[in-house]
Design a protein around this ligand. Sequence first.
Ligand code: GLN
Length: 545
Amino acid sequence: MAADPKYIFVVGGVMSGIGKGVASSAIGRILKSKGFKVTAIKIDPYINVDAGTMNPTEHGEVFVLEDGYETDQDMGNYERFLGETLPSINYMTTGRVYQEVIRRERNLEYKGRNVQVVPDVPLEVIRRIQEAQRVAGAEITLIEVGGTIGEYENILFLEAARMLKHKFPKDVAIVMLSYLPIPGNIGEMKTKPTQHASRELNSVGLQADIILARAQVPLDDKRKEKIALFCNVSPERVISAPDVSSIYDVPLNYEKDGLGDTLCDVLGLPKRPTDLSEWEAFVQKSKNGTKELKIAVVGKYFETGAFVLADSYISVLESLKHAAYAQDAKLKISYLDSEVYETDASKLSELKNFDGVLVPGGFGSRGVEGIIAAINFARENKVPYFGLCYGMQLLVIEYARNKAGLAGATTAEINKDAAHPVIDIMPDQKDKMLKADYGGTMRLGTYPCALKEGTVAQAAYGKKEIAERHRHRYEVNPEYIKKIEDAGLVFSGTSPDHTLMEIAELPATEHPFFLGTQFHPEFLSRPLSPHPLFVAFVKACAARS
Ligand code: GLN
C-alpha cells in the first residue's frame, strides 16, 4: 500500500518579500532530488479569481499554466525549480475558493444546510489541496500560503492547515519563513520579530516544525538556540537562509543545514540521499560565465524601479539566464523606456551598444511607436531582435509599414478604424470585448504550432511541431499575410491548419536574428533545459559581442 500523502505548508512571518516562493520551490527541488514525487500549490489571499486581471507592475508577472490558467509568478518558480508542469488546481485565490463554495451552494450541493465561512471555506481549500495531490500522484504536496502571519486575509487558509493537521497529525509539516533583521546601529541579528511571528502562528493553532531564518548572513549557533528555545523547535530545525546572489543557490544552502533530512524526520519519511549534482553543475556554470552579454529590454516603463520591472518579466529574465549560462555567458540587462524614442529619435542609436534587443509581451498604446522605432533600428542595423507576443505583433507592424508599403499599419488594439490593421482582434474575442467579459477570456494556454522547414525557428527547435503557451486577443490579420510574406517576412510557425501566424522571422541570410513569437516561450524555459529560441537568440547576441 502506498504511504499516506504528506503535506508541507510554507507560511511567512515578520514581513513579505523575503522569498517565500523561492523557498517553497527550493524545498520542492530538494525533496524531488531525494526521489520523492512532489507537487506545489500556491495560495494567494486576494479576491481576484485569477492573476490575469491584475496589473503586472503592481503584482508581478502573470504566469500562464499549460491549461491556460493565469496565475502568480511563484507558479513559474515552482515549474522551473521542480521541472514539472502544474495544472490549474495547484493555484487558488480567495476569490476562486468562494466562487466554488457559492456555486455549490446555488446547486444545492450542501443539501439545504447553513453554509458557513468556517468550516466550509477551509474545507473547500482542503478539498482543492487533496485534489491537486491526487492529480499529481504526489507523495509530498507543498502549499505556499501567501501573505504574512497575522493578516486577516490569509486566516482561512491557515485554518485549513490547522484542520488538515488535526486530521493527519503525522502527515502535515509547517515551515515558517521568518526574517532576522540586523539594525545598522546595533549591528546584531535580532530574533524578537521571529519570536513574535511564532506566537502569532500559535494563536491560530499552529506550531512551526521548521523555521527558515532569512537574514543577510547565516545564523550563528547562539541565534539558532535562542530561536529554538523561544519558538519551540529543536536547534537543528532552525535553518539558515542567508541572502544569496542567485535564487538557484537556495536549495544548496538549505541542504548545508540538512533541511531535506529534517523534513523527512518531521514527516516520518525514510531518509534518502539528496542528489543535487545536476543542479550544482548548473549553479557552477551560472557563476563561471566570462563573456558579458548586454541585452536591452525595450518597453513602456512608468515610474517603476528596475526591481519592479524584474518582477513583471521574471520568466523572461530567467529564460535569458538559463540560455546565457548554457553559453558560459553572463547577462547585463538594461530596461529602456521606448517613450523616449518617440520624442527624440536620435536616442535610438544607443541600441547599437547592445548585443541584443528584446521586447516582451504587453498591452495598450503607450510607448508603442517608440518600440516600433526600436524594432526598425534593430532590423536595419542588424542587432539581434527577439519579440515576445506583443513584441512579435509590433515586429510585423514595423515590417508591414517599412517593407510591405502599408503606411500607417497598426494593431486594432490601438486603432479600430486603422487603414491597415495588420494585427486584428481574433474573431472569437470580439464578442467578449463587447460584453466586457475580460477575466480569463484571452486565447490562453498551450496550442500546437507547425514549423516551416529550413527556417531559423525550425533549426532552433530541431523538430517540426511544437506546443507553446499563449496569452493574447489579437493576431496577424489573415488578409495581410500574403502581402507581408511577399515583402520578405517569413511566418515560420503557424497553427497546424496554417490560419494563425505563430512565429515571424527574417531568414538567417538577411539578419543575425530577427524573430518574434505570438506565444510566450519564456513559460517553458527551465534551468536544466533552456528554451531553444532563447538559446538561439543568446547565441546571436554572443556572436555580436
Ligand atoms: N496585446 C496583445 C494581444 O492581446 C499582446 C498580448 C501579450 O503580449 N501578451 O494580443
